[in-house]
Ligand binder design. Sequence first.
Ligand code: URA
Length: 435
Amino acid sequence: MLITDIINRKKTGEPLSREEIDFFVKGYVDGTVPDYQASALLMAIWFRGMDSRETADLTLSMANSGDLIDLSAIPGVKVDKHSTGGVSDGTTLITAPLVAACGGKVAKMSGRGLGHTGGTLDKLESIPGFSVQLGMEEFIANVSDIGLSVMGQSNSLVPADKKLYALRDVTGTVDNISLIASSIMSKKIASGSDAIVLDIKTGSGAFMKRISDSIKLAEAMVEIGKLAGRKTVGIVTDMNQPLGSSVGNALEVREAVEVLQGKYECDLKVIAFTLAARMLILSGICTSESEAMEKVEDALVSGKALVKLAQMISAQGGDPAVVENLSLLPQAEAKISVKADKTGFINEIDTADIGLSAMLLGAGRAAKDDVIDPAVGIWLTKRLGDYVKKGDELAVFHVNNPERFEEAKKLFKAAYKITSEQPEELPLIYTIIEE
Ligand code: URA
C-alpha cells in the first residue's frame, strides 16, 4: 500500500477502506508517514469529507493507536462528559461533583486549553497544590472511593490524536466534522467509560459556527459511541457568548464554586445541571429528566456537591479550604474596569476573541509550551441583549502584566457589536441527539 495512492484517492473524493485508514494512522504514529503527506491527506479529507463508515474506522484506528484504559475495577457505570471546546466553559467543575454527589462514578480525562478555548486541567491546577498527574491506580482508587477524579491524558493514550491534533492545528484542518468527531471519540473510547455525555458547542466561540454543522457533528459522535458500545448522548448548546461570567483559570474555579454554593443562577448552571442530569440517566441512577434534575438540585442545595469537590481537591493534593475561602485562589495584582465605547444593545459578541483576549492577558497559551498565569483573566459584567450606555462597564480585567493589557482590551472591545437593535434571544440548548 502506498500513502500517495491513499492521498490521491481521497483527493478525488473516493472513500478510504478500513485498511487504508489503518495504514495511514499506524504510519503517521510510527513516523513512516511524514508530516507533509499526513497534511496533504488531512486537507483532502477536509475538502472531500468522510462518510460515517470512514469516520468510525478512523476513530477506532486512532483509539487503538495506544493504551486502552480498563476501568472495570470500579463498580457500576462509569460516566464521562466532554465539551467540544468553548469560552468560560467550566461545566466539568460543577457537573462532576454534582454527579458524584448523586452516586455516579465520573472518571474524567481532561485536556488543556489551546488558542481561544480553556482547558479543565489548567483551571484545576490554579487550586493551590492540585495535581492532575495521577497514576492509573490512584485515579481508579479515587473514582471508586469518592466518585470522581480528573486526570491529564497520558502520553500513551491515543498517540495518533496527539500527533494529528497538533498537525491539524497548524494546517487549517481543525474544523472538519469527521476529524473533530474522530479526535474526541477516540479519546473517549480509549478512556474506558461506559457512558458519555457530549456538549457540542455552536456559535462564535465554537469550532462549529453554524448550528447545522454542530448537529451533524453531534450525530456523528453519537453514532460512533453507539458503534463502540458506549451509551452516548449529544447536547448541542450555545457558544455565541461566554457561557459563564469568568474567563481565566482561577476565576473559572471561583465561579464554579459560587454556583455550587448556590450563590447565583446563570447559563453556566443551567448547562452544568443539564449535563449532570443526562449523566445520571445514562448511569441508570435516574429514569427521567425531571427525577434527575430534582436529584441534582438536591445535591446542590444540601451542599453535598460542594463536599464532593472538596474531597476531589484533597485527594489530588490541593487545598480543600478553597471551597469555603475563595481568597486562597491566586489573585491578580490589578483589577481594571473596561467600559463600553457606545450606547445600545449588545447585539453580537465574537466569543473566540473574548477567549483570545484572556489568552493575551496570560490566561491561555498561544503555543503549547507557553506558561499560563492562573490568576489573570476577565470577569464579564454584561451579556448578549443587555443595554449599555457609553462608559458603562463591560468587564473587569484581572491583570498581572500591564504590558499585555492594552492589546487584550483592544481585541476585547472589538469583539462587541453594540447597536440600536435588541438581538433575538438565542436558545441555550438547541437539541439533544440520542441513539
Ligand atoms: N477537541 C478535540 O479533542 N479535538 C478536536 O478536534 C476538537 C476539539
